[in-house]
Design a protein around this ligand. Sequence first.
Ligand code: URA
Ligand code: SF4
Length: 228
Amino acid sequence: MSPTRSSAKAPPCAAGPVEATGSAADFLPSRKTLPALRRAVQGCRGCTLYACATQAVFGEGPRKAAVMFVGEQPGDQEDRAGHPFVGPSGRLLDVAIAESDIARDDVYVTNAVKHFKWEPTPRAERRRIHKTPTRGEVMACKPWLDAEIALVQPRLIIALGATAAKALLGPAFRVSTARGKLQTLESGSMVVATVHPSAVLRAPPEERAKAERAFIRDVTTALRRIPT
Ligand code: URA
Ligand code: SF4
């Protein structure tokens, strides 16, 4: 059978209790290069999310990218493909980037959480329903994101949605009030947050076009303001 999306089997979730250490820090390689991190993340047991996912999905893009996009976690298609932002959210992100002067291949894209969290339901044998990661899962996974930021040293990080923004800026961060505002991380990178593209895709039909325009405007505005 050809490996099409519909024929790809959902991964089996572990039947018994799932072991996790509580932090990805236990699994980071001593030699911190992007390829070494990308290999090591597959063995991460920092939280229990690895048990139901097909694979970890690490960030991708140039090692010295000026811009890093941080999403929430891989979705259904990213989980199967092993690459970030290849599904519907990624297509909307591509549209937004295409409206700017930056080439898609020049940005680094990653997620706050590296394993797909989904809800196994009796009716959802094929369609796996995304679940928002908890603060504990986001914090357990944070060492991977911190390592990516330390290596890439992006001048600008664009946080896509509340999970990414809170991972970077703390739990009190509200996208609703701070959307579009530039802030500085301890690492020196600037961060700006906008909504997650999946929120745009889920907007009711009558609000969808407006939400899409606002998202594209946020991304293009941010990409015009990359600090030098
Ligand atoms: N949504 C995300 O947050 N990240 C992806 O990689 C895909 C969808
Ligand atoms: Fe490790 Fe993050 Fe996966 Fe949890 S989600 S197992 S911390 S890589």
